[in-house]
Design a protein around this ligand. Structure first.
Ligand code: NAD
Ligand code: TYD
Length: 357
């Protein structure tokens, strides 16, 4: 397989998950050409992939999936065998504040990309693959029991998850209506290096380092299922090459944590790594008003991908969390570069608007 030649379009390859995927593909498949198409929003940063920017099998193309002429240009420049689609607006809190941006990028952008692929492939889909990367949040919110399976009914409850659910439905509609050869995966919460510091873990690492408050939503009882981002990239590679067309695969870490327990674990590790007195980071915990419509629990049943494709997570959470903290502490330059400009202003504005309890 490594000896075959393929040209693959990855959208959102300058973002958190996309950058790990692009690096994996570029290093693992020297005979492929990997074209990274990204708008470079606040969440996309070429610093994430400086190590591969000069690789002979890698090209970056700046562009917006919402702009059809950008897509026409890239699809006419390259003859793509496949598309792996990650570009999206991805943060729930931002979707609550600005839902329309999520509708435009995640729904209209995905339809534009589907149309561009369909058009470029001239309805001759032999050997082609359109792979859409999605989230477990489309399934809604679980109670104490149960897991999300591939056939769990969709029940999205935030503007973010509703926009991703809509894009998933459109991808499936193009499979059934036009025969576009699609695959979809729905993954749980990722953690690891290069995640923009507005999501829970990088934000809290950043705040602890700077002795800023840790805003815990509600009582901190919500549960998330955490997966090491590089394991997600490996799963995407596996599904792209071995998954069955028209199928969906759920990807998860079998690793549920109540937010407040995870935050205490993080604080404990941060105290050790920063050489601070035990309990000092936990002293920054501040309970704030709950997120509107906050989903209580996400948990993935990843049996299908394990049985059909042999994928399982590779590292234990304690190890991944420790590696993640080390990466953020050792990469202050990265943190400064992505948090300069408008970000700090945006974050401080959002933070100041929060109601404390
Ligand atoms: P991210 O926000 O870190 O990165 C998104 C990337 O998409 C950025 O590089 C950004 O510049 C780019 N982008 C945004 N709008 C664009 C546009 N209009 N045109 C071209 N590029 C655009 O997101 P992430 O966390 O890496 O998530 C990637 C994908 O994986 C998303 O589709 C998300 O829904 C999905 N996902 C994320 C998680 C998670 O825990 N982060 C879990 C499951 C699924
Ligand atoms: P987040 O990283 O935003 O991912 P998602 O909402 O997609 O699961 O949040 C993870 C959990 O942490 C979620 O239950 C919300 C909570 N949270 C806080 O308590 N405080 C925060 O400042 C953030 C960003 C998240």
């Amino acid at each position: 397989m490594e000896n075959q030649t393929k040209t693959i379009l990855v959208t959102g390859g300058a973002g958190f998950i996309g950058s790990h995927l692009v690096r994996l593909l570029v290093n693992k498949y020297p005979n492929y050409k990997i074209v990274n198409f990204d708008k470079l929003t606040y969440a996309g940063n070429l610093f994430n992939i400086t190590d591969i920017e000069n690789a002979p099998n890698y090209v970056f193309e700046k562009g917006d999936i919402v702009e059809t002429e950008h897509l026409d240009k890239v699809f006419s420049k390259y003859d793509f065998d496949g598309v792996i689609h990650l570009a999206a607006e991805s943060h729930v809190d931002r979707s609550i504040a600005h839902p329309t941006e999520f509708i435009v990028t995640n729904i209209v952008g995905t339809v534009n990309l589907l149309n561009a692929a369909k058009h470029a492939w001239k309805d001759n889909f032999e050997g082609k693959t359109f792979y859409h990367v999605s989230t477990d949040e489309v399934y809604g919110s679980l109670g104490d029991e149960g897991f999300f399976l591939e056939d769990t009914s969709y029940d999205p409850r935030s503007p973010y998850s509703a926009s991703k659910a809509s894009s998933d439905h459109l991808v499936r509609a193009y499979f059934h209506t036009y025969g576009l050869p699609v695959k979809i995966s729905n993954c749980s919460n990722n953690y690891g290096p290069n995640q923009f510091p507005e999501k829970l873990l990088p934000l809290f690492i950043h705040n602890i380092k700077n002795n800023k408050a840790l805003p815990v939503y509600g009582e901190g009882l919500n549960i998330r299922d955490w997966l090491w981002v590089k394991d997600h990239a490996v799963a995407i590679d596996n599904i792209y090459h071995n998954g069955v067309l028209g199928e969906t695969y759920n990807i998860g870490g079998h690793n549920e944590w109540k937010n407040i327990d995870l935050i205490h674990k993080l604080c404990e590790l941060m105290d050790q790594k920063l050489g601070r007195e035990a309990g000092s980071s936990a002293g920054l915990i501040t309970y704030v008003k709950d997120r509107a419509g906050h989903d209580m629990r996400y948990a993935i049943d990843a049996t299908k991908i394990e049985k059909d494709l042999g994928w399982v997570p590779s590292i234990q959470f304690e190890e991944g969390l420790s590696l993640t903290i080390d990466w953020y502490l050792e990469n202050e330059e990265w943190l400064d570069s992505v948090t300069s400009g408008d970000y700090q202003k945006y974050y401080d504005e959002q933070y100041n608007k929060r109601e404390f309890v």
